[in-house]
Design a protein around this ligand. Structure first.
Ligand code: PMP
Length: 460
């Protein structure tokens, strides 16, 4: 829980937020009658209550009180073309006229898959589902089926969705010293912990030790090409290449979770590091704003899904490969071409530089991490390298981050409450500069709060 009201600046920010978003507050009170705690998605909740949005157009959001925001959250990165893009709407509407999903095979399924295969060098064939969660679930399952081994090595604090295996160590055990042990909340089966191996992100030595010892138990390593929920920071030089070499050496498959990072390079972020994973998990932007997940990879591994296989993996789903998602997804991917990827990443660099300058000129030692169109603000003195670094700094700065987010809302910028900022293609330098101005004003407004509550973040 937040304790905003203990400081005068906190009280003022919350008061202004409540004043600006009265109707959202009333909606939230009503929602509490019908939704546990008034919400249905952890990531879109924040205190004192979330803003209720009514409409999105391009890179703007409009709330139920008539306020306008620049959307720098973009449904947690999935809306790379922003809201209601005319071309995406056109193909989606045209499909709606013909039926949303026809419960049968359809040409769009292989045309979308063909695009992914041409775009991502390591992807030879594709299977679809409805979320990134399903993508990583099936990536792990096919790795087990292919190797005949059960173990999965994942990174401490890595997020790969909501299924049981992915929920192990979503947060690091940050109070402990030494290497992280597998842990999970009580509602995740204990039995599963014995099959999960944990290494800190950016720590190849630990991966090597674990693989050396347990290569006969581990089916795959799953890792992101940039750590997302664990802190939005880049791998250290050589980390991903080293991971590829080690997995090859020890006969373990490499799953790259590109659910969020795919947008950062035309062929997925791993191509920037010149590595070839065995399987990639995809989601978010490839569905053009509609629910989606997919896995792709080496043909011999993916063949386990084929009905021609003597012992195929049972992979079904009422909405798998549904027409409307794939039509919208393909239109999005065609528009989000190499040039657009680059343009958006350049805009992201401008935003990052602007944020950094604003912090520096106010004498605050926060970090702005990320790459291209994704960035995150960390209330810590040095760049993070592991999830433990991120979460150790996040806890004492919990209220600061919450107030910062609210004050950005007060100033018309909608970002992810954990300090993540996401770009979409309708943005121009104008929106970026408006966001920098709001950020700069927010830093200045919160400086006295930082002086009083987190003085270690001051440069002098
Ligand atoms: N993997 C990563 C890296 C993600 O960021 C996410 C979602 N934020 C997922 C998997 C799960 O995707 P979904 O929310 O679509 O289930």
């Amino acid at each position: 829980m937040n304790n905003y009201e203990s400081h005068e600046i906190g009280r003022d920010i919350v008061k202004r937020y409540r004043k600006k978003t009265g109707q959202s507050g009333r909606h939230f009170e009503a929602a509490k009658n019908w939704l546990p705690g008034g919400e249905t998605r952890k990531a879109s909740y924040y205190t004192p209550y979330p803003t209720f949005m009514e409409k999105g157009a391009g890179c703007y959001l409009y709330d139920c009180d008539g306020n306008t925001y620049i959307d720098m959250q973009n449904n947690y990165t999935s809306l790379v073309l922003g809201h209601a893009h005319p071309r995406v709407n056109e193909v989606a509407k045209s499909q709606m006229e013909k039926g949303v999903v026809l419960g049968s095979a359809a040409e769009i399924q292989y045309r979308h898959a063909e695009h992914l295969c041409n775009r991502i060098p390591c992807v030879e064939t594709v299977r679809y589902g409805n979320s990134g969660t399903e993508a990583t679930l099936f990536a792990m399952r096919v790795a087990r089926g292919f190797t005949g081994k059960e173990g999965i090595l994942k990174m401490d604090g890595g997020y790969h969705g909501m299924h049981d295996y992915a929920q192990v160590n979503i947060f690091p055990k940050f109070k402990e010293e030494g290497l992280p042990e597998p842990w999970a909340e009580p509602w995740i089966p204990r039995n599963l912990l014995k099959d999960i191996y944990i290494a800190p992100y950016n720590d190849l030595e630990t991966v090597k030790d674990i693989l050396k010892k347990h290569k006969d138990q581990i089916a795959a390593v799953i890792v992101e090409p940039m750590f997302s929920a664990g802190g939005m920071f880049l791998p250290e030089p050589g980390y991903l290449k080293g991971m590829r070499e080690l997995t090859e050496q020890y006969g373990v498959l490499l799953i790259l979770d590109e659910v969020m990072m795919f947008r950062l390079q035309y062929g997925g972020l791993h191509t920037h590091y010149d590595i070839t994973p065995d399987i990639v998990a995809l989601g978010k932007i490839i569905g053009g704003g509609f629910p989606v997940g997919a896995i792709g990879g080496r043909k011999d591994i993916m063949e386990l899904f084929s009905p021609d296989h003597p012992h195929p993996i049972f992979h079904s789903g009422t909405f798998n490969g549904n027409n409307i998602t794939l039509e919208a997804g393909l239109a999005t991917l065609e528009l989000y071409n190499g040039k657009e990827v680059e343009r958006l990443n350049t805009l992201g660099d401008r935003l990052r530089e602007g944020f950094k300058k604003a912090l520096q000129s106010s004498g605050i030692k926060a970090q702005v991490t990320g790459m291209g169109s994704l960035l995150m603000v960390h209330w810590r003195e040095e760049k993070p390298k592991t999830a433990r670094d991120v979460f150790t700094a996040m806890l004492p700065a919990w209220d600061l981050a919450g107030l910062f987010h609210l004050e950005m809302l007060n100033r018309g910028i909608f970002s992810a409450s954990r300090g993540m900022y996401v770009l979409s293609t309708p943005m121009t330098e104008d929106e970026i500069d408006t966001a920098i101005e709001a950020f700069s004003g927010t830093v200045k407004r919160l400086k006295p709060y930082i002086v009083d509550t987190l003085p270690h973040l001051l440069t002098a």
